[in-house]
Design a protein around this ligand. Structure first.
Ligand SMILES: [Zn+2]
Length: 309
């Protein structure tokens, strides 16, 4: 396993041996999934354990090592001494849902096994729920894959691209395209963001937030990157206009490869993504890229208790 996979999320997983073993076993089969989450009680218990399993003291009566028992017919647990109630689903993507937790968990499982994501239409068919419910579920499950702020290290490549501009099979002008900016570690992780413009005022703060100046950064000769040297970066540029694509170590092939995968995926799965949802699509794609080679099912299911709405 490449060291660069050690992201915040993986670091958290490392501290949870059970999750770690399940993720890095590479496979998470439907059989395993069904054995772990056979019914709504098992799903609720999993979220409760992830969220409150390490609770040492009752937040209300202060009794140390108080046990919390499941309250019958309610989605909550109560302190054995003072009856203080904990609601594991509060503020999670499952809050106030009328959809069975088994359906939610299965939907998360489906997301983890489909490399290019799944559409609301597919979810509607698989779960037998309404399209509206399926659409809402997709949107909420997408939140589990939101990008975290992480520092990219080593040799990184930064680049901007334009996505979209294809409606009902017709190519339209660049005015319809949306700019996306990205930074990638060679053999490592990527961050990508839908931006308002590709001006220096937008791109430089994003670089400064994600890469510290002691790393080597490669870009093309686009004007927005001009100030990087002055800002202390070890900045190398690649001049695409003279066919100088690879000069020694100076290339942007990794990020360009990432862009073409992203565009192929959008064309293949969604045909077009409206600007409003572009970032959530990019987030999902980045998530799958950063966790390539590991089973993301257990990770996504564990994240349910961590993503607070
Ligand atoms: Zn208590």
């Amino acid at each position: 396993m490449n060291n660069k996979y050690i992201t915040n999320t993986v670091y958290n997983a490392l501290t949870n041996k059970y999750l770690f073993a399940r993720m890095f076993s590479m496979r998470y089969t439907k059989k395993q999934f069904e054995a772990e989450y056979p019914n709504d009680d098992a799903c609720l218990e999993a979220v409760f354990q992830d969220r409150y399993g390490n609770l040492k003291v009752c937040p209300s009566c202060g009794v140390i090592d108080a046990k919390f028992y499941r309250v019958k017919k309610r989605q909550c647990y109560a302190c054995e001494y003072c009856s203080y109630q904990l609601f594991p689903l509060a503020n999670t993507i499952f809050r106030k849902t009328t959809t069975p937790l088994t359906d939610w968990f299965y939907a998360v499982y489906l997301f983890s096994t489909h490399k290019n994501g799944i559409s609301a239409k597919t979810l509607e068919r698989e779960l037998g729920v309404t399209y509206k419910t399926a659409w809402r579920m997709c949107k909420h499950i997408g939140l589990l894959m939101q990008q975290e702020n992480e520092q990219l290290i080593g040799e990184v490549e930064a680049d901007e691209t334009y996505i979209g501009g294809r409606h009902r099979g017709k190519r339209t002008g660049p005015a319809d395209k949306e700019p996306v900016f990205g930074i990638v570690e060679r053999n490592g992780r990527v961050m990508a963001k839908h931006v308002k413009s590709t001006g220096a005022r937008v791109l430089i703060p994003l670089i400064e937030a994600n890469v510290s100046p002691d790393n080597a950064i490669m870009t093309d000769q686009y004007g927005s990157y001009k100030s990087l040297v002055r800002r202390g970066y070890n900045h190398t540029t690649v001049n695409h206009s003279t066919l100088e694509y690879v000069r020694g170590n100076a290339h942007t092939n990794t990020i360009e490869g990432f862009w073409s995968q992203l565009k192929r995926s959008i064309d293949g799965t969604y045909h077009a993504v409206s600007p409003k949802y572009l970032q959530s699509y990019v987030d999902e794609f980045v998530f799958r890229y950063n966790f390539r080679g590991v089973a993301v099912g257990p990770l996504l299911l564990e994240k349910v208790s961590k993503v607070v709405l």
